[in-house]
Structures are given as structure tokens and as C-alpha cells.
Write a protein that binds this ligand. Structure first.
Ligand code: ZN
Length: 295
């Protein structure tokens, strides 16, 4: 496990909403990495403060104002979250007070009701192309290798010869003509990672899939805070947090940005809210894969 992965998963780790094998990996990492251990302790202390301060009842408008403040004072560094910045010395003083109150608000929402707040903050307004397929022509199948790590296989099935291009991340994986069933093994990925796969079918229909490196067997209710992410980035984060593969069929507006904060919601609750806001139809394939179709 790498430090970025560790840090991304700290909240979920503390509230014990990640799968035990992943939690074990985090224990290992914390045991040998001092800076991540310090970070974990800092976040734990913060959570502890939230618990002790449970009688505080902030006004309803406070959260919005704090988030505004946090966003306004956070430089646009896509790889970092505001709470990661907050731990850096340069931002620590300015952010400490804000963080404290914010933590109280998040905690207090946690105690009252499971919450999800989701907004689309900007949109280029590009139309999404309708998808004329009723059945997915592809299937993503997980399998375990000899060393116990999870890999994904892509199975494609075409009733007539169809040109297909497959990329995973920036890497071209397969390209050619599919006639009847064709299978290809997707690249290996590191623990905690999400593999983003793009399949261009017949030169026009695009399927994208976000595949987790570990599949979660239990129902997760992770804490997610995303700021102005694209639809693709949002789906990648949901995949990582919930440990489920997601498949998106059709084109979405690349300029749309999503703000998302959620605590204690199930995947189904998350997806139904997301589908409604982003105009995606949510369905399940026969094998249980969650499919989002751009309308
Ligand atoms: Zn580390």
C-alpha cells in the first residue's frame, strides 16, 4: 500500500467501514510508515474531539458557510483534498479553526441522520448521446490469480463482426474485430487502486468501467467528500469507497462538476441520488454489475 492510498482511506478506516483485508494492509502500513501513522493519529484525535463535543448544535447555515470558506481558501490542486492541505504547516493555522467546526458539523450530521448532499456545480450543457443498446455487449469478470490478487477479464460478445478498442488507464489493451465471444485480461493494479477501462464499440458507443482492486462483500457506508470532480472522477471514487465495479454506458458532459458529501449512505442510496442529479439511469445486469446509462 502506498501513502496516498493510506491517506485516502483514513476516514473509512477509523469508522471501520472498509473490508478487513484492506484494514489489515493499513495496519501494516501504519506500523512501518511514521508520517502516515502521525496523520492517522491526528485524524483520530479530531474524531475523538467530535465525540466529546457532541452536545454542540451548530446553526443550519453554518455548514454551508464553512464549506464556502474552505473551498475559497483551498488552492486548486486536484491531487490533494482540502483536509490533506489542512495538515500541512502552511495551511494548518488558517485551517485549524475551520476544520474544528467543520468536524463538529459533520459529526453532528452523522449522529442525527444518514446524510448525502450532492450538487452539480457547473455544466457545459453538452447533450449526451442516447445509447441504443438494451443489453451490454461486454462483461467484466473478476478472477483470483495464484498469488491471491484480483484481476479482471473483459468478455465481449458481438452478434456480427464489430470493431472494438479497449484502453485501461492510458494503456491500449486490445483492439480488433470482435465476432462472437472474445476475452481479454485487463492489466494488474495495485491494492486500493481503481482501474478505469474504456471500450469503444463500433466506433461510436462508449462504455467506461471503474473496477476495484478488491471487491467488497459487505455493505459499506463510507464517508465521501468530493469537491468539483468530473462525473468520471466521481464514479472512480465511489468505486474505491464502496469496493464495487461500475459501468457507465454512453457519453456524459465532460464539463459537469460534482460536489459530493456523504456519510452513512448505502451504495444504492448513493447511486439513486447520483442518477437523479446527473441524469443517469441506474440498473443492474444479470451478473449483478451496476450499470449507469447516460440519458
Ligand atoms: Zn505512508
Amino acid at each position: 500500500m502506498r501513502c496516498e492510498q493510506f491517506r485516502e482511506l483514513i476516514s473509512a478506516y477509523i469508522e471501520q467501514s472498509i473490508a478487513p483485508p484492506l484494514a489489515a494492509k493499513m495496519d501494516e502500513h501504519a506500523a512501518r510508515c511514521g508520517s502516515c501513522r502521525t496523520e492517522l493519529e491526528d485524524v483520530r484525535r479530531l474524531w475523538q474531539m467530535m465525540t466529546e463535543a457532541k452536545r454542540v448544535e451548530p446553526p443550519a447555515s453554518l455548514h454551508a458557510r464553512i464549506m464556502q470558506e474552505v473551498y475559497a481558501n483551498t488552492p486548486a490542486v486536484p491531487a490533494l483534498r482540502w483536509w490533506e492541505l489542512a495538515w500541512r504547516p502552511r495551511f494548518a493555522f488558517a485551517a485549524a479553526a475551520v476544520l474544528m467546526v467543520l468536524a463538529l458539523v459533520i459529526w453532528s450530521r452523522n449522529t442525527h441522520t444518514d446524510a448525502i448532499a450532492l450538487s452539480v456545480v457547473s455544466s457545459g450543457g453538452n447533450p449526451v448521446s442516447p445509447v441504443p443498446i438494451s443489453n451490454l455487449p461486454v462483461r467484466f469478470e473478476p478472477f483470483l490469480t495464484d498469488d491471491g490478487s484480483l484481476r479482471w477479464m473483459l468478455k465481449m460478445n458481438a452478434p456480427r463482426p464489430t470493431s472494438v478498442e479497449v484502453t485501461a488507464g492510458a494503456q491500449s489493451v486490445w483492439s480488433g474485430t470482435v465476432a462472437q465471444e472474445t476475452a481479454t485480461v485487463l492489466p494488474a493494479m495495485s491494492q486500493g487502486a481503481v482501474l478505469e477501462v474504456r471500450v469503444v464499440w463500433d466506433g461510436s458507443i462508449t462504455l467506461r468501467a471503474w473496477l476495484p482492486a478488491e471487491i467488497s462483500q459487505e455493505e459499506h457506508k463510507p464517508v465521501l467528500v468530493l469537491k468539483e470532480r468530473s462525473i468520471e472522477q466521481t464514479l472512480g471514487h465511489i468505486t474505491r469507497a464502496y469496493g464495487v465495479p461500475l459501468v457507465l454506458v454512453g457519453e456524459t458532459d465532460p464539463l459537469t462538476r460534482v460536489n459530493l458529501e456523504s456519510t452513512g449512505v448505502t451504495l444504492d442510496e448513493m447511486l439513486s441520488k447520483l442518477g437523479e442529479k446527473l441524469n443517469l439511469q441506474v440498473s443492474r445486469a444479470e451478473d449483478g454489475t451496476t450499470i449507469l446509462t447516460a440519458r
